[in-house]
Design a protein around this ligand. Structure first.
Ligand code: ATP
Length: 367
């Protein structure tokens, strides 16, 4: 049988990025030997604020080209608080990557594995299982590249919504929901912002094409209340860029924090997988980071690759994480435990050896 090689560009980046990516790669290598006819070729690149300090470019052309060529990109985190553009904004090459590769669809799933991990009372394992679909290339981030004179007396940011950008996002959300519990909640501010009223109109048109999926429309302020009060009632949330940025942190907070929140940024021709968290400079270099968000991002990546063997790999990684999390004494410091970053990676690998892939469901490609 011939072997299929998947090329993965690996960008560890700044802060805790290299630490958590090392664990993600450890898991990828551990699963590789259980697959038949599939291997992963890793192509490592330096990016981020650290790379900017070395070369003057946080996203060198060679790294960007590698991302375009690869079957998928595994990214750690980029940016450091003290390394800023003259305008004062932090360097964010991960946003450049999203925009330049047109990775319009941000998938940010959260799942509660154990009741001890949520600040909410009475939540049981599995009661929080939400997929946030975030628009990634327009919305309130769309004028982030504009520069203003230091003595400007007015600076405004545009919330850009296009029909094409919204339609493709909503189709992705409905496809997600069709594989889950068949409910899509649009999160907007249609009562105040004309751009959001337009967003809702396009949503209604797309929703009509998916009669088997239930829909609801909730204002962004209200959804923060509902997510805290009754998170179990949500399945897929779809929203614009900035609202998605904020809500993804709230969702992470419901299931144990940033260390538990994976993500995928998907476009028509490329996809980047990374933990939802940033470079966490406050804990970097001390072995304190929780690698599970990155490990779960690796699972999303291999699922997205869409080969039957990589989908099997995704199911096994998810099952191994679930097995680790079923024991509440096994946690990293951010979740009140004593495990170090590499110990958590080792634990997931040990569980991988134990999970059987026979009974696992085969889940279709995410989008
Ligand atoms: P960004 O703006 O890039 O999203 P940020 O500065 O808002 O980044 P993070 O870097 O995500 O925020 O960090 C927020 C908090 O979460 C910090 O206290 C950080 O230590 C913690 N944190 C983030 N990631 C992890 C992780 N993998 N493990 C443990 N704690 C983490």
């Amino acid at each position: 049988m011939s072997t299929k090689t998947f090329d993965i560009a690996v960008l560890p980046g700044d802060g805790v990025g290299p630490e958590v990516v090392a664990e993600g790669v450890k898991v990828l290598r551990a699963i590789e030997h259980r697959l038949h006819g599939v291997e992963f070729a890793l192509d490592w690149h330096s990016v981020g604020a650290g790379e900017f300090l070395l070369s003057g470019d946080p996203l060198p052309a060679s790294a960007f080209a590698a991302c375009g060529r690869a079957d998928a990109v595994l990214l750690g985190a980029m940016g450091l608080p003290d390394v800023r553009w003259p305008s004062g904004v932090e360097m964010a090459p991960q946003l450049d990557l999203r925009e330049r590769l047109d990775l319009f669809c941000g998938l940010r799933p959260v799942r509660l594995y154990h009741p001890n991990d949520t600040p909410l009372r009475e939540a049981v394992a599995g009661a929080i299982d939400i997929m946030l679909v975030r628009e990634n290339t327009e919305g309130l981030f769309s004028s982030r590249q504009e520069r203003h004179a230091p003595d400007a007396t007015l600076v405004d940011d545009r919330l850009r919504v296009t029909r094409a950008g919204s339609e493709r996002l909503f189709h992705a959300a409905f496809r997600e929901a069709a594989q889950r519990r068949r409910l899509v909640t649009l999160v907007d501010k249609a009562n105040v912002l004309p751009s959001m009223a337009f967003f809702r109109r396009v949503f209604d048109e797309v929703a009509a094409q998916y009669p088997d999926v239930r829909t609801e429309r909730v204002y962004v302020d209200a959804v923060t209340l509902y997510l805290v009060r009754r998170p179990h009632t949500f399945d897929v949330l779809v929203t614009e860029n900035m609202f998605g940025d904020i809500l993804s942190d709230l969702l992470a907070g419901l299931v144990g924090g940033m260390g538990m929140a994976p993500s995928a940024d998907i476009g028509a021709n490329a996809a980047v997988f990374q933990p939802s968290h940033g470079s966490a400079p406050d804990i970097a270099g001390r072995g304190l980071a929780n690698p599970l968000a990155t490990i779960l991002s690796v699972a999303m990546m291999v699922r997205w690759l869409g080969h039957p063997e990589t989908v099997r790999a995704a199911n096994m990684i998810d099952a191994a994480v679930e097995a680790v999390m079923s024991d509440p004494t096994r946690r990293t410091a951010d979740m009140g435990g004593r495990l170090r970053c590499d110990e958590m990676g080792d634990l997931v690998c040990a569980k991988l050896e134990l999970v059987s892939d026979k009974a696992l469901p085969v889940v279709a490609r995410a989008s």
